[in-house]
Design a protein around this ligand. Sequence first.
Ligand SMILES: C[S@@+](CC[C@H](N)C(=O)[O-])C[C@H]1O[C@@H](n2cnc3c(N)ncnc32)[C@H](O)[C@@H]1O
Length: 734
Amino acid sequence: MPERLFEDFKYFDYKFPEPQYLGAKYVMLDWIRQFIPKDVKSALDAFGGSQSVSFLFKQLGFQTITNDFLNFNYQIGKALIENLSGKLTEDDLIILFQKSPTKSDFTLIENLFTGIFFEKEQAFFLDNFRANIPLLESDYKKALAFTVMFRSITRKITMGHFAHTQALSYASNPERIRRNRSLVRPVKDIFCELLPLYNNAVFDNSQQNISHHKNILELLPEIRNVDLVYFDPPYCNSHADYQSFYHLLETYTEYWKDKEFINGINRYEPQRYSGFDKKSVAIESFEKLFALAEGIPYWLISYNDRSYPAIDVFEQILKKHREVQIETRTYRNGRGGKGSVAGSREILFVCSPKTNISLANCKITMRPFEYWQKLHQSEALGEFNTNRSGLLWLKIKSILRKDLIKDFVASSRCRVSETGLNAQFKELYNLLSGDIETAHSLLDDYTRKISSSQIASVNEQKLSSELYKLKTFDWGGDYQNSLDKYLVSRYIKVDNPSYDNLVAKFVTEINPAVQGYVLNSWYNYWSSVLIENIFKSHSAVLPTIGKIKNVDFFVNDMPFDLKVTYLPAEYIKQKRKEKGLPVELTFLKAQAKALEISYNKDAKPGDVHYEITEKMKDRGDDSSKNVLTRLQTETLSILQDAQQQPKMLAKWLYENQGEMRFGAENRLFLVLVDTGNFADSWKLKRNIDLLKPLVVSYLDDFKNQNIKDLELSFSFKGKPNPFNVLTDIIFIVK
Ligand SMILES: C[S@@+](CC[C@H](N)C(=O)[O-])C[C@H]1O[C@@H](n2cnc3c(N)ncnc32)[C@H](O)[C@@H]1O
């Protein structure tokens, strides 16, 4: 037998004591095991429950990290996963069964559950045992005492959970007793019978295993260096409410002093927040969960064909992050939990990292630090697209902040002797250049880990709702990006410095202008955060953490700046001309005259356009409708041309950018168009339901793009040489 195979079975003589827990995967372990990749050395069981899957990981010799947001599950993890040697001895049993010196402080179980789940005498025993647990010498022994007791209590209760109250009535029913003797056995007897099974399950797999007790969304940002994560969340459609089913075990562990106990079962209230047990929040929680797990290469996810959301929806969510393979297995008999009804299908999503497209023409010609610094400063960015060492320089720059560098150096075990930030930048670059591909993957892992918590901190739905409060998008003035200058030139440095005139203008001009500026800037800023988050949550995208000039993120290792824009009026004007169509405003004015529609001839062009089109809409007669339809059809055909030849519009956008904000970096343009009313295109920035699927499907497909299709050369007035960039346009059309 090859050595590795032998190694695999080293810990398989240890047996996991059969659990009684809804949704436990105890009977599925052999099946799940086949899908664990061979190179895994450490694994996280994110929703550990009874710890049956963690136990498998431990047996496989992995460093095992387990977690459950309930304290009693955490105790089981501590006893059977983290614990390498602590067992309960005869002496420990003497302590546990002695009359407790502090018994008078321990009456919770008797007070709450006598007559519901236990006779008084059994409840008294449980309180006394609970009072003695803290007297054991180590936390592992304490956890083991809890663990065996949980199982003993559960066995005594019909159905093995605490959401129904038949145990006592069944205990006086001979037929029930014949089927389940435990109903009438003292808990102590059951405990003593089970103990050897648990003691024998404690073993040392030569790893530092850890049990955690957190909501997984809080734990994931702290997790490092894990190869595989197993997700077995409570799916909302069936048996999701673990806190109602197992409230008694949690109350026994926590020994709550500050809770209310409600319903016929005396369940504690308030419950802990899960995020995965209610339909209203489940999808959002899964999206957060997967964004946070980006740094872990392999994911296994247990699911059921009766779960919510449906399998195909869930698969789509997953596909944004990983290559997904779906495995199924049919339940022959129902064993409880998560809809595990006979005939239902158990699903396992087997997920592995996506294969990135490699840059066809990418080189690793090493260049000194200063070379890249100079290119970056002079904004000659083309070479960064094609050289892995230039890309490395950019990625280090993206984490160039004192705290981040310190954290990165510690987590990647590099040694840096410089103390100044810029000197550290150079030192790190030189150090990491020694093994460039390892350096890339270290930086990628680190960046994803940090950015995932930044991403998760944005509550998309809430932010989108806030943005929906803006009813109109009116700047209230033409500021040319500077409200300050605008106010000074119009109201301060004026010919007639009349105080009364100035005060009079507050209500009519100044307040609306300031309000318009602030509201629109607020809208633009927060809608970009919303949009950037969609990009940054995708597995093809590596966000920049700190600000790097001209780079918002890398898509499959290509640096890009994101520009959100509309189909520009000037572009439409130019294309109309090229197509031999009249200038739109001239056409409108002529039509207004013909239809005897009056308008303010002294108003600004934009206002004239608005007045005429609104009046035509209000009239609603055939002639007015024809004019409006004709204009709309013409603009739509310009849009369609741009969609078919995006480079044409991209070139126009580069060549017609403002001189003050000139840039020749790679740009990914998001062009928003509301074809029903072009003037309403600003509203699409907050329309997450429209934006998200389009952006995600673009990024899903990005790896199939041909680099040549992204290459663009453009020139700019006053600059002697042409610029070469990579660019593309994502059209968001409603
Ligand atoms: C289906 S069970 C896991 C069963 C487990 N794989 C086993 O074999 O026993 C789901 C578990 O997730 C836990 N849970 C629910 N929401 C959680 C959250 N937000 N974070 C961590 N654990 C959570 C529940 O307490 C429950 O034990």
